[in-house]
Design a protein around this ligand. Structure first.
Ligand code: FES
Ligand SMILES: [Fe+2]
Length: 447
C-alpha cells in the first residue's frame, strides 16, 4: 500500500476528532472495520485449549489455540441468540458452551452440540452452517497476534511495512523470545482512543513538562547518573523519529553520552552478545545507548521500551518493554490494556528490577501513566463543546528538522529530531486517508 509522504507539511486537525460521536461511528467502520489490530502475544496461549478474550474495535473476540495447535480468533457471540461464550479474561477449554440454551462449540469454532436438536430443529439440522464467526485474516509477527475483518486488507507483513523492522528490534532480540508477565491489566479511561496513540507516536515534546515531578523524584537519568557511564556527557538528549508509513511511527531517544562501541544499558551484560547476534548492525545501533524507544502501530497499539534510574540504587536499572492497546468505547471513552513483556530465561533478579521499574513508571499505576492520562482526559473533555469542536489544532513542530542520512540504515522516513511532530502528522494523515472525510461537509482535518 502506498501512501503520499506529506509528513513534512503542516497539518490541522479539528477538535471534533476527539469528541464527536458521528466521527467516532465513522471510525468504527472505516478504520476498525479494515485495519489489522493487535490482539495478544502467543505466550498468553501456549497450550491447546488456551484462550484469552480481547476486542477488535468494539467487537468482543476470543483468541484461542485449538486442539490442533492453530491460533484462531472468534467473535465472542453465540450463533443462536448472541450470548457471549467466554466471559473470563483467560482460560482453557476444549469446548465453549453457551449459558443461554447450551449450544456447544469446539475450540476450533465448529458447532458440535445443539440442545434437544431432534425435538427443536429436526434430525437433519446442518450444524456446519453455524460455526463461530471469524475475522478475514489472522497472522503474527515476533509472537504478536493481529487480525483484520477485511478480506481485501494487505498481508500483515505489508500492513506493518517498515514498522516490523522496529518491532523486531524491540521484541525479537532475545534468545528464547519474550512472554507476557501476568495477566494484562485493563482500565477504562475517559479519553478518546486516539489521544495516547498520538502521544506515543513520537511526542517527545511533553516529557520534561508533563513528567516534571517524575524528573524531580529521579525517575529519569540525571547528568550525575550519566557521568558513571561516560566521561563525555552532552548537554541534551538526542534522538530520531520515524514515519514508517501506514500511520505507524517510532521515536528513539538516545542517552546524551559518548562511548566506544555499543552499550545496551538496562540489560545484563551477558545478554548483550545475543542482541548483536539477533539484530542487524543498524538495529543494534538503534538499541545502543538507548534512553527510551516508543511508537504506535496504527490504529490502536503502542509500545515502549524504557527504564527508570536511580531511585533506590546507584546504577541504571532494568529496562522494561510494554505494549498497550486502546479499545474504542465512545468518542470520549476508551479501554486501555497494558501488556508487560519479559525475556524468557532472563536472570530472575533482573526480572524483579524490571518489574519494579515498570510498575513505578509506565505500568498501569505508574507515574508517567497518571501524568499522561490527565492530559488525554482533558483533551477529550475540552473537545466536545459546540464552539471548541469547530476550532483547529495545528501540528507545526519540527517542520524544519532534517532527514537522517540514509547511510544510517533505518527504514522509513527518519528525521534527526527528538522533539518533532512529524510522526504525529503521520498518525493523523493516515487517519484521514482511511476516513475519506468530506472536507466541505464535515471538516475534521486539513491536509
Ligand atoms: S444464545 Fe447461545 S444457545 Fe441460545
Ligand atoms: Fe508521557
Amino acid at each position: 500500500m502506498t501512501i503520499i509522504d506529506r509528513s513534512a507539511e503542516p497539518l490541522t486537525v479539528y477538535r471534533r476528532s476527539w469528541g464527536d460521536e458521528e466521527v467516532f461511528l465513522t471510525e468504527m467502520d472505516r478504520i476498525f472495520g479494515h485495519c489489522w489490530q493487535f490482539l495478544a502475544h502467543d505466550s498468553e496461549i501456549p497450550d491447546p485449549g488456551d484462550y484469552v478474550t480481547r476486542k477488535m474495535g468494539r467487537d468482543r473476540v476470543i483468541v484461542a489455540r485449538g486442539e490442533d495447535g492453530e491460533i484462531r480468533v472468534f467473535l465472542n457471540t453465540c450463533r443462536h441468540r448472541g450470548v457471549p461464550l467466554c466471559r473470563a479474561d483467560e482460560g482453557n477449554s476444549s469446548h465453549y458452551r453457551c449459558s443461554y440454551h447450551g449450544w456447544t462449540y469446539t475450540n476450533t469454532g465448529e458447532l458440535r452440540g445443539v440442545t434437544y436438536q431432534p425435538d427443536v430443529y429436526g434430525k437433519n439440522f446442518d450444524k456446519s452452517k453455524f460455526s463461530l464467526f471469524e475475522p478475514a485474516q489472522v497472522d503474527s509477527v515476533c509472537g504478536l497476534i493481529f487480525a483484520t475483518w477485511d478480506p481485501e486488507a494487505p498481508t500483515l507483513a505489508d500492513y506493518l511495512g517498515d514498522a516490523a523492522w522496529y518491532l523486531q528490534a524491540i521484541v525479537g532480540k532475545f534468545d528464547g523470545g519474550m512472554e507476557v508477565a501476568g495477566t494484562p491489566v485493563r482500565n477504562i479511561v475517559r479519553a478518546n482512543w486516539k489521544t495516547e496513540g498520538e502521544n506515543l507516536s513520537g511526542d517527545g515534546y511533553h516529557t520534561m513538562i508533563t513528567h516534571a515531578t517524575a524528573l524531580e523524584l529521579g525517575l529519569f537519568a540525571t547528568p550525575k547518573d550519566l557521568e558513571k557511564l561516560s566521561d563525555v556527557v552532552n548537554p541534551r538528549f538526542t534522538g530520531r523519529t520515524v514515519d514508517c508509513g501506514n500511520g505507524h511511527t517510532v521515536r528513539a531517544q538516545r542517552l546524551p553520552v559518548e562511548v566506544e562501541g555499543r552499550k545496551f544499558w538496562g540489560y545484563p551484560e551477558d545478554m548483550w552478545e545475543q542482541f548483536e547476534r539477533n539484530l542487524t548492525p543498524e538495529q543494534a545501533d538503534l538499541m545502543s545507548c538507548l534512553s527510551v524507544n516508543h511508537g504506535s502501530i496504527f490504529p490502536n497499539m503502542s509500545f515502549i521500551e524504557n527504564f527508570k534510574t536511580n531511585v533506590d540504587g546507584p546504577d541504571l536499572h532494568a529496562r522494561y518493554i510494554r505494549i498497550t492497546i486502546r479499545y474504542p468505547i465512545s468518542a470520549t471513552h476508551s479501554e486501555q490494556v497494558w501488556f508487560f513483556l519479559q525475556p524468557r530465561n532472563a536472570d530472575p533478579e533482573w526480572c524483579r528490577l524490571s518489574s519494579l521499574a515498570y510498575l513505578r513508571t509506565n505500568g498501569p499505576s505508574g507515574m508517567f501513566e497518571l501524568d499522561d492520562t490527565e492530559n488525554f482526559v482533558g483533551i477529550s473533555e475540552a473537545s466536545v463543546g459546540d464552539y471548541a469542536r469547530t476550532k483547529p489544532v495545528d501540528y507545526l513542530g519540527g517542520l524544519h528538522h532534517k532527514l537522517t542520512p540514509p547511510e544510517v540504515g533505518w527504514p522509513g522516513r527518519v528525521v534527526d529530531g527528538d522533539r518533532t511532530e512529524h510522526t504525529l502528522r503521520a498518525f493523523h494523515r493516515r487517519w484521514n486517508e482511511l476516513m475519506k472525510v468530506d472536507e466541505a461537509a464535515t471538516p475534521s482535518i486539513e491536509v
